[in-house]
Design a protein around this ligand. Sequence first.
Ligand SMILES: [Zn+2]
Length: 230
Amino acid sequence: MVQVVGLSFALGALTAATLVWRLDAADIPMSGVSATEAEIAALEASRRTPAALPAHNPPAEPQGAQRPRTPSPVGTTGTAAHATVISDLRARDLEMPVAGVDDDDLRDTFSEARGARSHEALDIMAPRHTPVRAVEGGRIAKLFTSKAGGLTIYQFDPSETFSYYYAHLDRYAAGLKEGQVVKRGQVIGFVGTTGNAAPDAPHLHFAIFRLTPQRQWWQGEPINPYPVLR
Ligand SMILES: [Zn+2]
Protein backbone atom coordinates (compact mmCIF):
# COMPACT_ATOMS: atom_id res chain seq x y z
CA MET A 1 0.00 0.00 0.00
CA VAL A 2 2.80 2.37 0.99
CA GLN A 3 4.57 1.51 -2.20
CA VAL A 4 1.50 2.25 -4.31
CA VAL A 5 1.03 5.65 -2.68
CA GLY A 6 4.73 6.39 -3.10
CA LEU A 7 4.52 5.43 -6.76
CA SER A 8 1.54 7.64 -7.48
CA PHE A 9 3.27 10.55 -5.76
CA ALA A 10 6.29 9.93 -7.90
CA LEU A 11 4.15 9.76 -11.03
CA GLY A 12 2.34 12.91 -10.00
CA ALA A 13 5.62 14.75 -9.54
CA LEU A 14 6.91 13.41 -12.84
CA THR A 15 3.76 14.50 -14.67
CA ALA A 16 3.92 17.95 -13.11
CA ALA A 17 7.58 18.32 -14.04
CA THR A 18 6.88 17.20 -17.60
CA LEU A 19 3.99 19.60 -17.88
CA VAL A 20 6.06 22.57 -16.69
CA TRP A 21 8.85 21.68 -19.07
CA ARG A 22 6.45 21.36 -21.99
CA LEU A 23 4.88 24.72 -21.23
CA ASP A 24 8.31 26.35 -21.11
CA ALA A 25 9.42 24.61 -24.26
CA ALA A 26 6.38 25.73 -26.18
CA ASP A 27 6.44 29.12 -24.49
CA ILE A 28 2.72 28.97 -23.90
CA PRO A 29 1.37 31.74 -21.68
CA MET A 30 0.19 30.46 -18.30
CA SER A 31 -3.31 31.67 -18.80
CA GLY A 32 -4.89 28.68 -17.14
CA VAL A 33 -7.38 28.45 -19.98
CA SER A 34 -7.49 25.05 -21.61
CA ALA A 35 -7.59 24.78 -25.39
CA THR A 36 -11.17 23.61 -25.24
CA GLU A 37 -12.31 26.54 -23.10
CA ALA A 38 -10.44 28.94 -25.38
CA GLU A 39 -12.04 27.40 -28.44
CA ILE A 40 -15.50 27.68 -26.92
CA ALA A 41 -14.81 31.30 -25.94
CA ALA A 42 -13.58 32.03 -29.47
CA LEU A 43 -16.67 30.46 -30.95
CA GLU A 44 -18.97 32.43 -28.66
CA ALA A 45 -17.10 35.65 -29.38
CA SER A 46 -17.34 35.07 -33.12
CA ARG A 47 -21.10 34.53 -32.78
CA ARG A 48 -21.39 37.87 -30.99
CA THR A 49 -19.31 39.69 -33.62
CA PRO A 50 -21.39 41.57 -36.19
CA ALA A 51 -21.16 40.02 -39.65
CA ALA A 52 -19.57 43.12 -41.14
CA LEU A 53 -16.59 42.83 -38.82
CA PRO A 54 -13.82 40.30 -39.16
CA ALA A 55 -14.00 37.68 -36.46
CA HIS A 56 -10.56 36.41 -35.74
CA ASN A 57 -7.79 36.07 -33.25
CA PRO A 58 -4.98 38.57 -33.40
CA PRO A 59 -2.59 37.33 -36.05
CA ALA A 60 0.55 38.59 -34.39
CA GLU A 61 2.27 35.26 -34.77
CA PRO A 62 4.39 33.92 -33.36
CA GLN A 63 1.65 34.85 -30.99
CA GLY A 64 1.58 36.68 -27.70
CA ALA A 65 2.95 33.45 -26.32
CA GLN A 66 6.37 34.78 -27.15
CA ARG A 67 5.77 38.26 -25.96
CA PRO A 68 6.97 39.22 -22.49
CA ARG A 69 5.34 37.22 -19.70
CA THR A 70 3.83 40.32 -18.17
CA PRO A 71 1.00 41.29 -20.49
CA SER A 72 0.23 44.99 -20.54
CA PRO A 73 -3.02 45.40 -18.63
CA VAL A 74 -5.97 46.99 -20.36
CA GLY A 75 -5.79 50.65 -19.56
CA THR A 76 -2.02 51.11 -19.94
CA THR A 77 -3.08 54.08 -22.03
CA GLY A 78 -3.32 55.90 -18.74
CA THR A 79 0.25 55.28 -17.61
CA ALA A 80 2.92 57.92 -18.05
CA ALA A 81 5.22 55.52 -19.91
CA HIS A 82 2.55 54.60 -22.40
CA ALA A 83 1.57 58.24 -22.92
CA THR A 84 5.20 59.07 -23.69
CA VAL A 85 5.37 56.32 -26.29
CA ILE A 86 2.13 57.48 -27.90
CA SER A 87 3.32 61.09 -28.06
CA ASP A 88 6.70 59.99 -29.47
CA LEU A 89 4.91 58.08 -32.24
CA ARG A 90 2.37 60.87 -32.82
CA ALA A 91 5.23 63.33 -33.31
CA ARG A 92 6.42 61.23 -36.26
CA ASP A 93 3.16 61.98 -38.06
CA LEU A 94 2.99 58.47 -39.49
CA GLU A 95 1.57 57.79 -42.92
CA MET A 96 -1.86 56.15 -42.99
CA PRO A 97 -1.01 52.51 -43.83
CA VAL A 98 -3.96 52.06 -46.19
CA ALA A 99 -4.22 54.34 -49.22
CA GLY A 100 -7.38 56.44 -49.37
CA VAL A 101 -8.31 56.02 -45.70
CA ASP A 102 -8.86 59.15 -43.57
CA ASP A 103 -8.35 59.55 -39.84
CA ASP A 104 -12.11 59.72 -39.46
CA ASP A 105 -12.56 56.30 -41.06
CA LEU A 106 -10.58 54.62 -38.28
CA ARG A 107 -12.29 52.68 -35.54
CA ASP A 108 -10.52 51.86 -32.30
CA THR A 109 -10.58 48.05 -32.27
CA PHE A 110 -7.46 47.71 -30.10
CA SER A 111 -9.15 46.51 -26.92
CA GLU A 112 -11.84 44.41 -28.57
CA ALA A 113 -11.96 40.74 -27.66
CA ARG A 114 -10.91 38.24 -30.28
CA GLY A 115 -11.79 34.92 -28.76
CA ALA A 116 -10.01 34.62 -25.45
CA ARG A 117 -7.51 37.30 -26.37
CA SER A 118 -7.46 41.05 -26.80
CA HIS A 119 -7.14 42.27 -30.39
CA GLU A 120 -4.19 44.65 -29.77
CA ALA A 121 -4.38 46.05 -33.30
CA LEU A 122 -6.53 48.11 -35.65
CA ASP A 123 -8.60 46.58 -38.41
CA ILE A 124 -8.68 49.07 -41.27
CA MET A 125 -11.38 48.09 -43.74
CA ALA A 126 -10.61 48.67 -47.43
CA PRO A 127 -11.35 47.06 -50.80
CA ARG A 128 -9.19 44.10 -51.76
CA HIS A 129 -5.97 45.13 -53.58
CA THR A 130 -5.87 48.60 -51.98
CA PRO A 131 -2.17 49.55 -51.60
CA VAL A 132 -0.66 49.15 -48.13
CA ARG A 133 2.08 51.67 -47.36
CA ALA A 134 4.96 51.82 -44.92
CA VAL A 135 3.90 54.19 -42.13
CA GLU A 136 7.46 55.46 -41.93
CA GLY A 137 10.89 54.51 -43.20
CA GLY A 138 12.73 51.48 -41.89
CA ARG A 139 13.85 47.95 -42.40
CA ILE A 140 11.66 44.99 -43.40
CA ALA A 141 12.49 42.74 -40.46
CA LYS A 142 10.45 39.72 -41.51
CA LEU A 143 8.06 38.50 -44.17
CA PHE A 144 6.03 35.91 -42.34
CA THR A 145 3.11 33.67 -43.25
CA SER A 146 1.00 32.63 -40.28
CA LYS A 147 -2.23 30.70 -39.92
CA ALA A 148 -4.06 33.64 -38.37
CA GLY A 149 -2.32 36.60 -39.99
CA GLY A 150 -1.87 35.10 -43.43
CA LEU A 151 0.69 37.05 -45.44
CA THR A 152 2.33 39.51 -43.03
CA ILE A 153 5.11 42.09 -42.83
CA TYR A 154 7.08 43.08 -39.75
CA GLN A 155 8.79 46.41 -40.36
CA PHE A 156 11.05 48.15 -37.85
CA ASP A 157 11.13 51.92 -37.46
CA PRO A 158 14.45 53.72 -38.23
CA SER A 159 15.55 53.59 -34.57
CA GLU A 160 14.49 49.93 -34.31
CA THR A 161 12.49 50.74 -31.20
CA PHE A 162 9.16 49.74 -32.71
CA SER A 163 7.86 47.11 -35.08
CA TYR A 164 4.97 47.84 -37.43
CA TYR A 165 2.92 44.80 -38.32
CA TYR A 166 0.78 44.51 -41.44
CA ALA A 167 -1.39 41.38 -41.82
CA HIS A 168 -3.96 39.61 -44.04
CA LEU A 169 -2.18 40.93 -47.14
CA ASP A 170 -3.34 39.73 -50.54
CA ARG A 171 0.25 39.90 -51.74
CA TYR A 172 3.53 41.72 -51.16
CA ALA A 173 4.76 44.52 -53.39
CA ALA A 174 6.88 43.07 -56.20
CA GLY A 175 10.46 42.45 -55.10
CA LEU A 176 9.89 43.16 -51.40
CA LYS A 177 12.62 41.43 -49.39
CA GLU A 178 13.63 40.89 -45.77
CA GLY A 179 16.37 43.34 -44.81
CA GLN A 180 15.23 45.86 -47.39
CA VAL A 181 15.00 49.46 -46.16
CA VAL A 182 11.72 51.00 -47.30
CA LYS A 183 10.77 54.65 -47.47
CA ARG A 184 7.87 56.24 -45.70
CA GLY A 185 4.75 55.88 -47.87
CA GLN A 186 6.29 53.17 -50.05
CA VAL A 187 3.79 50.54 -51.18
CA ILE A 188 4.81 47.30 -49.49
CA GLY A 189 1.73 45.16 -50.09
CA PHE A 190 -1.98 45.02 -50.87
CA VAL A 191 -5.09 44.57 -48.72
CA GLY A 192 -6.53 41.07 -48.70
CA THR A 193 -8.09 38.37 -46.55
CA THR A 194 -5.25 35.87 -46.09
CA GLY A 195 -5.12 34.05 -42.75
CA ASN A 196 -8.32 34.04 -40.74
CA ALA A 197 -9.90 37.24 -42.12
CA ALA A 198 -13.46 36.76 -43.37
CA PRO A 199 -13.35 36.40 -47.18
CA ASP A 200 -16.01 39.09 -47.60
CA ALA A 201 -14.33 41.61 -45.26
CA PRO A 202 -10.93 42.54 -46.68
CA HIS A 203 -8.95 44.72 -44.29
CA LEU A 204 -5.50 45.53 -43.04
CA HIS A 205 -4.77 44.30 -39.52
CA PHE A 206 -2.23 46.88 -38.34
CA ALA A 207 -0.33 46.69 -35.07
CA ILE A 208 2.55 48.48 -33.39
CA PHE A 209 4.86 46.75 -30.92
CA ARG A 210 7.55 48.33 -28.78
CA LEU A 211 10.47 45.97 -29.22
CA THR A 212 12.42 44.50 -26.34
CA PRO A 213 16.16 45.31 -26.08
CA GLN A 214 16.83 42.09 -28.05
CA ARG A 215 14.95 43.57 -31.02
CA GLN A 216 13.34 40.31 -32.04
CA TRP A 217 10.66 40.78 -34.67
CA TRP A 218 8.17 38.52 -32.90
CA GLN A 219 8.43 40.05 -29.46
CA GLY A 220 7.20 43.32 -28.03
CA GLU A 221 4.66 45.30 -26.09
CA PRO A 222 1.53 46.18 -28.07
CA ILE A 223 0.89 49.90 -28.53
CA ASN A 224 -2.55 51.14 -29.62
CA PRO A 225 -2.16 52.57 -33.16
CA TYR A 226 -5.47 54.45 -32.91
CA PRO A 227 -4.29 57.55 -30.96
CA VAL A 228 -1.07 57.41 -33.00
CA LEU A 229 -2.76 57.57 -36.41
CA ARG A 230 -5.60 59.90 -35.50
ZN1 LIG B 1 -7.40 42.37 -36.73
